[in-house]
Design a protein around this ligand. Structure first.
Ligand SMILES: Cc1cc2nc3c(=O)[nH]c(=O)nc-3n(C[C@H](O)[C@H](O)[C@H](O)COP(=O)(O)OP(=O)(O)OC[C@H]3O[C@@H](n4cnc5c(N)ncnc54)[C@H](O)[C@@H]3O)c2cc1C
Length: 418
């Protein structure tokens, strides 16, 4: 088979290149950024995703740079403990759960591809901004301009073109040009990293508060970043507000726009207000997604990851679903003699499954536990959590999201190790 042309060298695009290489299929990645260098903040890799990266032989490389998550804990905005559960291997999965800097994950994928694919460096071309695609009976072509100058670059032809170009996908826009901008959830996010002492288990994924009064997600993404054994701690402040700036991963956020919401969050187990004040950088980003599409595939061109199904980050599934897409697409390309049939088979396998995750991330992500507690207590401190909600009810809310997103322990364990 001719090479597969991948548009976008983010998490989905690089994972797809590695998956194809593992199956003996060549790929060329065209990335708009001038270089593959660490940008972004934290990402969670749940066991369904770390399983796929483990099968690519990347478990050790990830384990070296990431924090292996031990537990997930929930608190109200007064710092009262609500619920906790072990995760990943600590919950009996065959695969770990990781908390990782997005840039570290991208570097692990990028270096692995350079090491493994013959002529790897020539197979990942940066500074190439895709402007559109064509498809015919024998192949597909992607067109590019130089990201810096806007000058036209040579087009690239291959067996298929896969749009892995993220939430602002040009490939998607070519087929669904009248979609309009992504849908704003009414929640704005300020994201940052702070060098801080380990808190709780030292590897906890923490959620606290609720969106209408301020919610925090906090988790370490690098261990031992200084001589005092402190960590790089990733945090996301989520506040319901009409304030809306168009999404841009690099938009700088201002402390004065949101710190007041969390000013009294000084708990004996974590000084959240201090953590926010100590940020090395703050980025502002609206929580947005898009309605699921009726189709991704047009001839020999298809979509993958955020280009196909951007979702709210409330279930930590954006990167994970892109990784699952890459696995499914590589398998289909390997097992179907015809490329258009392979792309259709991939779409059948993944479109409805990811639409369900988009909807679940809107309506019933794991933090509905916090919403329920917030509503039942009228946003006041409680006496005993058992009088507000039972552990069984919270476990059931958490488990139902896992089932929709495809990382409940039973269904993951029942899959073969292939
Ligand atoms: C700079 C950046 C920072 C991010 N930071 C975070 C974060 O801190 N936390 C988090 O949870 N998620 C973050 N994300 C999103 C997260 O990586 C994705 O939701 C998830 O990994 C899905 O991956 P993806 O490959 O589909 O999309 P992405 O990882 O977004 O990758 C898309 C890639 O396509 C490239 N691209 C875009 N347009 C074109 C074009 N026309 N031609 C060629 N290439 C193009 C982009 O530069 C990018 O490298 C970030 C994404 C980006 C691009």
């Amino acid at each position: 088979m001719d090479d597969v042309i991948i548009v976008g060298g983010g998490i989905g695009g690089l994972t797809l290149a590695l998956m194809l290489h593992q199956r003996g299929i060549g790929a060329r990645v065209h990335e708009a950024a001038p270089a593959i260098k660490p940008i972004g903040v934290g990402i969670s890799l749940l066991p369904h995703a770390s399983r796929e990266l483990g099968l690519l032989g990347l478990a050790d490389a990830l384990g070296e740079v990431a924090v292996t998550t031990r537990d997930s804990r929930f608190f109200n905005r007064f710092g009262q403990f609500v619920y906790s559960e072990p995760v990943g291997r600590y919950a009996g999965y065959d695969w770990p759960q990781f908390q990782i800097h997005r840039g570290d994950l991208q570097q692990v994928l990028y270096r692995a591809y350079l090491d493994r694919a013959a002529g790897g460096a020539e197979r990942v071309l940066t500074g190439h901004r895709c402007t559109g695609t064509d498809s015919d009976a024998r192949g597909a072509t992607a067109h590019f301009v130089d990201s810096a100058t806007g000058r036209a670059l040579p087009s690239t032809r291959g067996a298929a073109v896969v749009g892995c170009d993220g939430i602002h996908s040009v490939v998607r826009r070519q087929f669904f040009g009248d979609e309009g901008p992504p849908v704003y959830s009414g929640v704005n996010m300020w994201r940052g990293t702070t060098t801080w002492e380990p808190f709780l288990s030292g590897s906890t994924y923490l959620r606290a508060g609720w969106l209408t009064v301020g919610k925090m997600v906090i988790y370490p993404i690098r261990h031992n970043v200084d001589s005092q054994g402190r960590q790089m701690v990733n945090w996301v402040a989520e506040v319901q507000t009409d304030r809306y700036n168009e999404q841009d991963w690099d938009r700088v956020g201002r402390l004065e726009d949101f710190h007041h919401v969390f000013a009294d969050w000084t708990f004996d187990w974590l000084d959240v207000a201090g953590l926010i004040r100590g940020a090395e950088q703050i980025l502002e980003y609206p929580m947005v997604d898009r309605d699921p599409l009726p189709r991704w595939t047009h001839g020999r061109v298809t979509l993958l990851g955020d280009a196909a199904h951007p979702m709210y980050p409330r279930g930590s599934n954006g990167a994970g679903q892109a990784i699952l897409d890459a696995r499914a697409l590589a398998d289909c390309l390997q097992s179907h003699p015809s490329v258009p049939e392979a792309l259709q088979a991939y779409e059948r396998q993944r479109l409805a499954a990811t639409a369900a995750v988009v909807h679940a991330s809107r309506n019933a992500p794991p933090d509905v536990i916090l919403k329920t507690v917030h509503e039942r207590t009228g946003d006041r401190p409680f006496g005993r959590i058992e009088d507000v909600i039972t552990t069984e009810e919270m476990a059931s809310l958490s488990d139902s999201y896992k089932r929709v997103a495809g990382y409940d322990r039973e269904s993951l364990s029942s899959r073969t190790r292939q």
